[in-house]
Ligand binder design. Structure first.
Ligand code: CAA
Length: 260
């Protein structure tokens, strides 16, 4: 049973499923949604039995952005004093070491596109639309859009999308490198859950290290990223799971992971 108001949280084996649940507002990301997502992600991170999460949206949107009615009522002084929007990065990205998937079912606009890009990978319905329309509101993306979109699609296309507010369909988003996989809309959750279950069945420490190393590629100079990768590789050499994985391969049997 979910105790949340603006999201729904369920588990399926080792997979946590979070559904943004304000369909009447196209799942606009209000501060209440943020607080509930922070709680849900903290619970996911803390539960050793949970290995991967999927975030999706109820209705025709994944999320149509930050809640414009809240944004309209927030002054510059309030934003600055609270370091507004910083908690998305600190609680949904930095604090979450386990992988999570955005299953984008429809509009992923503004903060919704930014939330999807915070995920470790995006699986999109063929009906999904991605965009950063903030410019039309007299502002710019504030939850990572200018940075993550530019890294994902390159400066030229990011600049065009952010300056014009144009939406990309799922096929374009996949071709541009934002989306890992596009599937028919009615098969979206099955596809996302299948991927999540596959990840959840992998050795947990190797999963953490893989996520950490791939994210470092966006932040570190190549030489430093290569050192980090090697150090994590060295670290994993000392784990029981690495010994088990290699022994199982040699003995032609299924490995049993312990997470140590
Ligand atoms: N915030 C608050 N409410 C929103 C919303 C948002 N981002 N997006 C949609 N809604 C609400 C609408 O106000 C409407 O509510 P009412 O029925 O009470 O009027 C309801 O959701 C349905 O929306 P529409 O009637 O507009 O639906 P549509 O199908 O005609 O259009 C849409 C869909 C093109 C996605 C359109 O809703 C839209 O353009 N939404 C805003 C998209 C946007 O500008 N996002 C950026 C927000 S700013 C941001 O995210 C900043 C940041 O980076 C942090």
């Amino acid at each position: 049973m979910s105790e949340y108001r603006t999201i729904k949280v369920a588990t399926d084996g080792g997979v946590t499923i979070v559904t943004l649940n304000r369909p009447e507002a196209l799942n606009a990301l209000s501060s209440a949604v943020l607080e509930e997502l922070i709680a849900a992600f903290a619970a996911f991170q803390a539960d050793d039995g949970q290995r991967c999460a999927v975030v999706t949206g109820e209705g025709k949107a994944f999320a149509a952005g930050a809640d414009i009615k809240e944004l309209a009522a927030t002054s510059a002084a309030q934003f600055y004093a609270a370091d507004g929007l910083s908690r998305w990065q600190s609680h949904l990205v930095r604090a979450v070491r386990k992988p999570w998937i955005a299953a984008v079912n429809g509009f992923a606009l503004g903060g919704g596109c930014e939330l999807a890009m915070m995920a470790d990978l995006i699986i999109a319905a063929d009906t999904a639309r991605f965009g950063q329309p903030e410019i039309k509101l007299g502002t710019i993306p504030g939850m990572g859009g200018t940075q993550r979109l530019a890294r994902a699609v390159g400066q030229a296309r990011a600049m065009e999308l952010i300056l014009t507010g144009r939406m990309m369909d799922a096929a374009e988003a996949q071709g541009a490198g934002v989306v890992a996989r596009v599937v028919p809309a009615d098969g979206l959750m099955d596809a996302a859950l299948e991927t999540a279950r596959t990840i959840a069945a992998m050795p947990p420490l190797a999963v953490l290290a893989a996520k950490e190393a791939v994210h470092a590629a966006a932040n570190l100079p190549l030489e430093d990223g290569l050192v980090l990768e090697r150090r994590l590789f060295h670290l994993l050499a000392g784990t029981e799971d690495k010994a088990e994985g290699m022994a199982a391969f040699i003995e032609k049997r299924t490995a049993e992971w312990k997470g140590r």
